[in-house]
Ligand binder design. Structure first.
Ligand SMILES: [Zn+2]
Length: 319
């Protein structure tokens, strides 16, 4: 039996898992990233965690064929280098070579959203589809495109960052330093901020009664209040969904995906967000496109990154 290790490196936590060739996780573990400790320390801790997992899962180390790693930011998967990961303070880190040195295994790396989407494409909500566009609505908004089992990366591996398309010149300043980027609206951060701003401006909302300090309001609170009939929350999700639908109406004619998979914490808003999104997208599309792209919620939850990394690495072994 052949197994893979999949590792999903985030700015806060790292998930390590062992999976079989079908993408079933045998065992996984979460640990804090502690980015300040540096790349060498992080990769050493990943190595130690994986070795413990092999032992606990009863898998001989030599049966682990390969390790796949999803990391945030800009990645050169061909040389296995993290080009820039802002929240890890990594610039030009030869991640694959370092981890190969520590573990003695082949290592394949790519951007975390690409690994996430690959996992969903092969073992999750994208099964049965060929052209899978995955978006994650989390702290930011990111996207990846998997076509017929391959990951589309574009020139200099730059494809995907739809979150930083400016959509509102009168909007707020984005984390990237520019104004009115799509992710200032379409992200968990953006959803919470829209609700907070409107409450501070005096609009009525259930959330106003529920939170003494508006700064404590999270996107998940907005989603819950919307389901409970709160008008402001519902309106925030509707506007967010429409903005996303507008962006997707540009994506669909360019890439012609047969499915769009919505993941990340923002996906918890469910139909209150995806309903207006679908409506806006289809209203803007040419008839040949409208209504022909399936919309699915991500099915693997937090496991998508680990599964995608491991399965992608396995798929690269024989190349
Ligand atoms: Zn931006």
């Amino acid at each position: 039996m052949r197994y893979a290790a999949g590792v999903d490196v985030g700015g806060t936590n790292i998930e390590c898992g062992i999976l079989d060739a079908q993408g079933s996780i045998l065992l996984k573990r979460k640990m804090p990233t502690r980015p300040d400790s540096g790349a060498e320390d992080i990769l050493q801790r990943i190595t130690a965690t994986l070795e413990r997992l092999y032992a606990e899962a009863g898998v001989a180390a030599q049966d682990i064929a390969v390790i796949g790693l999803g990391i945030p930011g800009l990645v050169d998967p061909e040389v296995g280098m993290s080009l820039r990961a802002v929240n890890l303070n990594w610039i030009q880190v030869p991640v694959a070579a370092m981890l190969r040195e520590l573990t003695g295994k082949p290592v394949f790396i790519d951007n975390d959203v690409r690994m996430y989407t690959y996992g969903e494409a092969v073992a999750g909500a994208g099964r049965g589809y060929e052209y899978i566009y995955g978006i994650t609505i989390g702290t930011g908004l990111a996207a990846a495109y998997v076509q017929r089992g391959g990951i589309y990366r574009g020139h200099r591996f730059l494809a995907g960052e739809i979150g930083h398309i400016p959509v509102n010149p009168a909007g707020i300043t984005c984390g990237c330093g520019r104004t009115g980027c799509l992710e200032t609206i379409v992200s968990a951060t953006g959803i919470a901020r829209q609700a907070r701003t409107r409450i501070v401006q005096g609009e009525h909302s259930l959330l106003r009664e529920r939170f003494a300090d508006v700064e404590d309001i999270r996107a998940s609170d907005v989603s819950r209040a919307s389901r409970e009939g709160d008008g402001l929350s519902r309106d925030v999700l509707e506007r967010t969904g429409r903005e996303l639908g507008r962006a997707l109406s540009w994506v669909v004619p360019i890439l012609a995906p047969d499915v769009i998979i919505i993941g990340g914490g923002g996906a918890l808003a469910g139909e209150d967000l995806t309903g207006p999104m679908r409506q806006e997208m289809n209203a803007r599309l040419l008839q040949d496109y409208a209504g022909r792209t399936a919309i699915r919620y991500a099915a693997l939850g937090d496991d998508a990154g680990v599964i995608g990394s491991g399965l992608w690495a396995l798929s690269q072994l024989n190349k």
